[in-house]
Design a protein around this ligand. Sequence first.
Ligand code: NAD
Length: 517
Amino acid sequence: MSIALTAPLPTSDALRTRVRESLAAVGASVELGEPGAHGLPASTPITGDVLFSIPSSTVAQTDEAIAAAAHAFSAWRTTPAPVRGALVARLGQLLVEHKADLAALVTVEAGKITSEALGEVQEMIDICEFAVGLSRQLYGRTIASERPGHRLMETWHPLGVVGVITAFNFPVAVWAWNTAVALVCGDTVVWKPSELTPLTAVACQALIERACADVGAPVDVSQLVLGEREVGEKLVDDPRVALVSATGSVRMGREVGPRVAARFGRSLLELGGNNGAIVTPAADLDLAVRGIVFSAAGTAGQRCTTLRRLLVHSSVADEVVSRIEAAYRQLPVGDPFAEGTLVGPLIHERSYRDMVGALQQAEAEGGSVTGGQRVDVGDDAGADAFYVTPAVVRMPAQTAVVHEETFAPILYVMTYETLDEAIALNNAVPQGLSSSIFTLDVREAERFLAADGSDCGIANVNIGTSGAEIGGAFGGEKETGGGRESGSDAWKAYMRRATNTVNYSSELPLAQGVHFG
Ligand code: NAD
């Protein structure tokens, strides 16, 4: 089709050089084999090629990593929390120093545009800062005891080994959210990144190992295992792994959640979203359109918080849709490294096929599609790369296809008449991650945030559904899994709580007035 790329795509050889340079800069040493050689393929969505083959972990090696993390835990849990914080502080410094190196790897492997890749590394730096502060304020409550001469309190203790399973689309930030907080909480970590982004993981592991060496912390507190789902399944089933923090699709969560529960382990699930935004007649439409376009088309629709459903009042629907469509026509699609590109590639062919399938289904269900075409990248590079224009689909109703998360830039638009109807539509999907309302009417905004408003873990006013800060707890309800990580008191998921009653009197009164003997 006729849409031009922002610039010619880089060659896979140029990307290989970039990877080698970035890995060398962070001090990572990994065997970079020829594509097709035995091991895990490290590929790039920029050209669609496999760049290298790298060694993957066997289940036996994963077992060893868990054993090493469990052994390290026995000393790490009694290391004072502020001393644990010093390790995370050093990691944060190294991330500042190597922000561009890590971001380049994120762009190569996940296809994020440079600005978003840098933003993802900044998120790692932010969570390190948060966790360092947290290391001096892990607190419990004291509670009024009903018995004289007694003190009742809660204390929080390290939990154990945390298994971290991550998705391709936030290949480094989600590891940092978990690891920075888990380490200051006194836990040790075994990380299984997405099989699609092993090189960024190798770079992160090199940085944490350097941080350990610099502050004299045991290197075994943070382990990396690379591989497909069977490596993740080892973490899921192993009773030495106290908490499995798993980020990915609802499908993955359906497998992981019950398996961890079957051994009475803890899980923290961060799964798919199907996020909605309401635009009321009282919205600032300039601001709304900007927020919508970033949330819906940014990261080529591959964020868990991507805006997928627009619920717009019928009186402003035509204007809002035509402004979004006009903005979409201006969005530069192409090489995520090229200056000016705003929409990079889809992660792989399957994503593209899913997008095509969803658009066909939407049309069959009465939708009318604008955009959503594959962009021709020429013959030289990128025959197996998938660049698309973001799609806007006007739907007559919130039909079956709209209830699914298709991990691509598709924005379904539905109209409504009353705010109650809009909130009901917002809540009528199985997922419950993020949501927002655009309105300058305080009553509408407060209604959206009230107990009978949005049922999502994130509910925003006058900003889009994506781009959360690390200071708040992040996660969602229903099929999104119910987990919370990152800021606020999400650290409590990484610790165990003990309730302590101390009797400092010389009597032994029993609770509830019970007399015994
Ligand atoms: P995915 O579910 O295919 O894979 C995620 C991870 O789970 C990978 O590391 C994979 O190897 C592993 N895995 C898959 N099945 C497993 C099993 N049975 N046992 C153990 N591990 C298993 O997801 P993806 O395609 O990489 O990422 C996209 C999905 O992730 C989207 O649905 C997106 O919404 C979701 N996501 C959610 C959040 C969040 O915070 N809620 C954040 C990022 C991505």
